[in-house]
Design a binder for this molecule. Structure first.
Ligand code: HEM
Length: 395
C-alpha cells in the first residue's frame, strides 16, 4: 500500500473488486477507486450484494446514527442473528455495560507491567535466532495471552487459539458458513466448558466469570449467548491488535530511514501508532444493516440492506486528511476511523494501543538493528489488513 499505487488510479471510475489479487495486496488501491466512485457504491460481486460508504463524512455520520445503521445482523457481509455485543439497544447497552469497566483507561494502565513482562519473554525467546517471524513469535502471541488472562482462561496451548482465531476471522467473510464449522464448534465447546466451570466456582475475579454470573431481568445469559459474547471479545481483541503491531513495524522498516529515526527517539510512539491505524487499518471496514430506507447523494438504499463502512477509504479521504497517501507522523485535525465511533466504538482501543506501545518501545531498545527479510504474507480475509507472516532479523 504505497503512495504510487493509489495516486496512479486515474480519475475515471474503475470498478472495485475487493477480492482481486491486486486490491487484496494493496487496499490503498481500493480506497482510491472508491473515492472516485459515487458516495454510495453498489457492490454486486458478493452474495448478498451490499453498498459501500467511503467518504469520511458519510462513514462518520452513519456510524453516529445507530438507529438507522444497526448492528443486530452482525458486522460481516452475511446476515446473522443478534448475539452478545453484536446487537442493538437495549441488549447491547446491557452487554457492553458488563465488560466496559474492565477496559477503562485506568484498569488498562494497570496491565502495563504484565504486558512488559510478556513482551520481554517473547523477545528473549528469539534473541539467538538469525531469522524469526514477527507475527508468529511476537505480535500474535502477545494479544492472545493478555486476552486469555483478562477472560481468565488458560494459555497452555496457544497454537490451538491460533487455529480458532484464524477460523473465526475467515468465517466472518466466508460465503459458505459450513466451511469453518469444525474449528468453530471446537472453540465454542471449549469456551462453554470454561463458562460452566466459572459458574461452579461462583467468583467474579475475571471477565468470563463476570459474564457467566451476570443476570438480565433475573436470568443468567443463555449458554449460546455467552459463548457468542466470549468469542466476540476473543476475536475482536486478537487479530486486530496483532495486525496493528505487525503493520506498524512493517511500515517503519519499509519507509527509508524511519526505523532509525524511531530508534533514535525522534519519533513519538503514540504518533506512530495513530498514523499506522489511519494508514493501515487492521479492519478495512465493517458492516451495518439499514433499519429503514435511506438515500445518499441520490442513491436509494432499501431497508434491511448491508452497508460496508470502509474505514480504509475514509481514512484516506483528502477532504479529511491532507496528503492522505503519505505516512506522516504529525497530523492534526480529524481522527482516523479505524476504531469506529459512536455507540459501538471499540471497547479495547486503549488496550490495543498500550500493547503496541509496549512492544514497539521494547523492540527499539533491544533490537535497533531489526530488518525485514522479506515482505511476508498478507492475512487472508478481505476485511482484514495485516501480515500473517513477517520474517525479520536483528543480527
Ligand atoms: C488495533 C486493534 C483494534 C481495532 C482496529 C479494533 C477495531 C474495532 C472496530 C472498528 C469496532 C467497531 C465495530 C462496530 O462498529 O460494529 C470494534 C468494536 C469492538 N472491539 Fe475492537 N479493535 C481493536 C482491538 C480490540 C481489543 C484489544 C479488544 C479487547 C477485547 C476489542 C474489543 C472490541 C469489542 C468488544 C467491540 C464491540 C463494541 C460494541 O459493539 O459495543 N477490540 N473494534
Amino acid at each position: 500500500m504505497n503512495k504510487m499505487s493509489s495516486d496512479s488510479v486515474n480519475k475515471t471510475k474503475q470498478a472495485v473488486d475487493l477480492m482481486s489479487a491486486e486490491e487484496l495486496r494493496d487496499p490503498a488501491l481500493t480506497a482510491a477507486k472508491l473515492l472516485a466512485q459515487e458516495r454510495a457504491y453498489f457492490y454486486e460481486k458478493f452474495d448478498p450484494p451490499f453498498y459501500i460508504f467511503s467518504r469520511y463524512e458519510d462513514v462518520n455520520n452513519a456510524l453516529l446514527d445507530a438507529e438507522t445503521y444497526i448492528e443486530g445482523y452482525g458486522n460481516g457481509p452475511n446476515f446473522q442473528p443478534p448475539r452478545g455485543i453484536l446487537s442493538d439497544a437495549p441488549h447491547h447497552t446491557f452487554t457492553r455495560g458488563l465488560i466496559q469497566r474492565d477496559f477503562l483507561v485506568k484498569k488498562i494502565n494497570d496491565l502495563r507491567p504484565r504486558l512488559e513482562a510478556i513482551v520481554q519473554e517473547l523477545l528473549d525467546a528469539v534473541a539467538d535466532k538469525t531469522v524469526w517471524d514477527l507475527h508468529d513469535e511476537l505480535s500474535f502471541p502477545l494479544p492472545v495471552i493478555i486476552i486469555c488472562e483478562i477472560l481468565g482462561i488458560p494459555t497452555d496451548d496457544i497454537q490451538r487459539f491460533k487455529r480458532w482465531a484464524d477460523a473465526s476471522v475467515a468465517n466472518m467473510c466466508a460465503s459458505d458458513p459450513l466451511e469453518y464449522a469444525h474449528e468453530l464448534a471446537e472453540m465454542n465447546a471449549y469456551l462453554l466448558a470454561q463458562i460452566h466451570h466459572k459458574r461452579k466456582l461462583g467468583r467474579t475475579d475475571d471477565l468470563l466469570s463476570v459474564m457467566a454470573l451476570a443476570k438480565q431481568d433475573g436470568e443468567h445469559l443463555s449458554d449460546e449467548e455467552l459463548v457468542a459474547f466470549a468469542v466476540q471479545i476473543f476475536v475482536a481483541g486478537n487479530e486486530t491488535t496483532t495486525s496493528l503491531i505487525s503493520n506498524l513495524v512493517w511500515r517503519l522498516l519499509t519507509i527509508d530511514g524511519l526505523w532509525d529515526c524511531f530508534c533514535g527517539g525522534e519519533i513519538d510512539v503514540e504518533d506512530a501508532i495513530n498514523e499506522s491505524l489511519r494508514f493501515d487499518p487492521p479492519l478495512l471496514g465493517l458492516f451495518k444493516t439499514t433499519s429503514r430506507a435511506v438515500e445518499l447523494d441520490g442513491v436509494q438504499i432499501p431497508a434491511h440492506t448491508k452497508v460496508m463502512m470502509h474505514y480504509g477509504a475514509a481514512n484516506r479521504d483528502p477532504e479529511a486528511f491532507p496528503e492522505p497517501n503519505t505516512f506522516k507522523l504529525k497530523r492534526s485535525g480529524k481522527k482516523m476511523l479505524s476504531f469506529s465511533v459512536g455507540l459501538h466504538v471499540c471497547i479495547g482501543k486503549e488496550l490495543a494501543k498500550l500493547e503496541a506501545s509496549v512492544t514497539l518501545n521494547a523492540l527499539r531498545q533491544r533490537y535497533p538493528g531489526l530488518r525485514l527479510v522479506d515482505e511476508g504474507e498478507r492475512v487472508g480475509p478481505f476485511l482484514f489488513w495485516g501480515r500473517s507472516k513477517l520474517p525479520v532479523t536483528h543480527t
